[in-house]
Design a protein around this ligand. Structure first.
Ligand code: ACO
Length: 194
């Protein structure tokens, strides 16, 4: 996704993590420049949130800059720094965060947990199925030092379920009433056999 402004002036790396400050990582500048950068980050998040919702046939975006600002969620953006005549393009977005959930294992035993969750994930249509989703997801796993099986997934699409199966061997999802999905291995051993 392209923007009128130069993304390379805001983001110095091809993958960036944004939190509730909406400040680009490592950004330096006076107050006015910072406000301008935050406003651009806000535009990017809202546009990517809209595109993700559209791709998932949702009526409203899950991800907006206002929601991120009022949360402890982490949002990762994937940037093609060479696209758009050197101004760069945003090619992916991944949002994670902790949620307090009741989850059931296959035996119907329920647990109250606060796992890290995949909340929104989108790769631009022009780049899907080219390995970019894997690059972005792996970055997040490394940053958060977490295994995919330990994450709960909020309303996964068929494409994302295919992705998790292909790259991480996760199949046979345990669907929860709250629309989250977990996989075997989510529950610690002591939880598996309480
Ligand atoms: N149909 C079926 N499977 C797909 C598709 C598709 N159109 N696109 C990706 N996949 C799965 C397949 O397993 C595919 O492997 P294959 O091509 O060998 O069949 C694998 O993902 C490809 O891996 P990557 O190239 O690394 O993934 P990609 O860059 O396409 O990113 C993503 C995956 C984020 C799911 C992307 O396809 C996308 O944005 N889809 C539309 C939005 C969406 O469904 N987001 C997830 C919502 S659920 C949530 O956010 C919690």
């Amino acid at each position: 996704m392209e923007f009128r402004f130069d993304l390379n002036q805001i983001f110095k790396e091809p993958i960036v993590e944004i939190n509730n400050s909406l400040t680009p990582p490592g950004y330096y500048g006076d107050k006015r420049a910072l406000w301008d950068a935050q406003s651009k980050v806000s535009q990017i998040i809202n546009a990517m949130g809209e595109a993700s919702a559209h791709a998932q046939s949702l009526t409203k975006p899950i991800t907006t800059s206002d929601r991120l600002r009022n949360s402890e969620h982490k949002l990762y953006l994937l940037i093609d720094q060479t696209a758009n005549n050197g101004k760069g393009a945003v090619t992916g977005m991944l949002k994670t965060g902790e949620k307090g959930l009741y989850v059931f294992d296959r035996e119907g035993q329920h647990y109250q947990v606060t796992p890290s969750c995949v909340l929104d994930f989108y790769i631009h249509e022009s780049r899907q199925r080219s390995g970019f989703g894997k690059i972005l997801f792996e970055y997040m796993l490394e940053k958060q030092q977490i295994e995919p099986v330990k994450m709960a997934i909020d309303r996964p699409s068929d494409k994302f379920l295919g992705f998790l199966n292909k790259h991480y061997g996760l199949n046979n999802p345990i669907k929860q009433m709250n629309n989250f999905v977990v996989f075997d291995g989510f529950f610690p051993k002591s939880m598996d056999s309480p």
